[in-house]
Design a protein around this ligand. Structure first.
Ligand SMILES: NC(=O)c1ccc[n+]([C@@H]2O[C@H](COP(=O)([O-])OP(=O)(O)OC[C@H]3O[C@@H](n4cnc5c(N)ncnc54)[C@H](OP(=O)(O)O)[C@@H]3O)[C@@H](O)[C@H]2O)c1
Length: 258
């Protein structure tokens, strides 16, 4: 079986950049997302410098998605040495007022699919002494009134990945939670977030975040917060009582200039 890096959400943003970083470092790839045309365009680009990635157009919100991916990999003689759980989205607005179906769909993608993909290939990850890179967020470190389900989903990703880091270490499997701050991608439009210049100091481009994530995973880091400004923000958040932070987040979500 050929070892591959399986990367979800590779059709855009951070995931596409993660695919480029893994390819540059000599990994064969499997690219997963719903938009097949985008995945094929990226696969063509990567094929100019090495083996062409396999492309799987899969909606990870579907209950049978991971079983389908596993069957497809097996039929092509591929097995994951690395799993990168990057696909995810957010929704801005008060939780009770948003579409509950969409919020539950977010949980299916950000939590359910990520969990199943993290657990499904452990034997092959161990065989190849590979790892799991789970994309969380700086949002994982605090509750987010105005984006409650998204923040909670990322808190899950961080908690789960940190615990898995310990559990899988004896088997030689690295597990890293990557926590980016703001990254200009399709994420903001998909989430319904308004343009926000106040966070410029925390903002990093997707290619930089991908490189930081890759380096952190290869070094066996448990948690990687992307960028110095975000590291400082997280350190400060950890020292500040939620009673003080939550109203600030709430105000900021209502008016990003505040
Ligand atoms: N951008 C930020 O500011 C930021 C900050 C912190 C953390 N993050 C996290 O970083 C990760 C990547 O986000 P991004 O900023 O790169 O967002 P993005 O540009 O919107 O990309 C999201 C990716 O997820 C895929 N995806 C969405 N729903 C899917 C589904 N049901 N099945 C399969 N794939 C699906 C999308 O592909 P298709 O639409 O083709 O399916 C796309 O490739 C997310 O987990 C996000 O929460 C982002």
């Amino acid at each position: 079986m050929t070892p591959v890096a399986l990367i979800t959400g590779a059709s855009a943003g951070i995931g596409a950049e993660l695919a480029r970083v893994f390819a540059r470092n000599g990994h064969e790839l499997v690219l997963v997302a719903r938009r097949k045309d985008r995945l094929n365009a990226l696969a063509d680009e990567i094929a100019a410098g090495g083996p062409r990635p396999a492309v799987l157009a899969v909606d990870l919100g579907q209950r049978d998605a991971v079983a389908r991916i596993a069957a497809e990999l097996a039929s092509r003689g591929l097995e994951p040495a690395f799993v990168v759980n990057n696909a995810g989205f957010g929704l801005a607005g008060a939780a009770a007022g948003l579409s509950h179906a969409e919020e539950l769909g977010m949980i299916d993608l950000n939590i359910r699919a990520l969990t199943e993909l993290s657990l499904n290939f452990v034997d092959s990850l161990a065989r190849h002494r590979g790892g799991i890179l789970n994309v969380a967020s700086v949002a994982a470190f605090l509750p987010g009134p105005g984006m409650a389900v998204y923040y909670a989903s990322k808190a899950y990703v961080l908690s789960f990945s940190e615990a898995l880091h310990r559990e899988l270490k004896p088997r030689g499997i690295r597990v890293t939670a990557l926590c980016p701050g703001p990254v200009p991608t399709e994420f903001q439009a998909r989430s319904g977030l308004r343009a926000d210049r106040s966070q410029q100091i925390l903002t990093l481009p997707a290619d930089r975040v991908a490189q930081i994530g890759y380096d952190g995973l290869m070094r066996g880091k448990r948690v990687v917060v992307a960028g110095l400004a975000n590291k400082l923000a997280v350190a400060l958040l950890r020292l500040t009582p939620h009673a003080l932070v939550l109203p600030m987040i709430e105000r900021h979500m209502r008016d990003p200039r505040s």
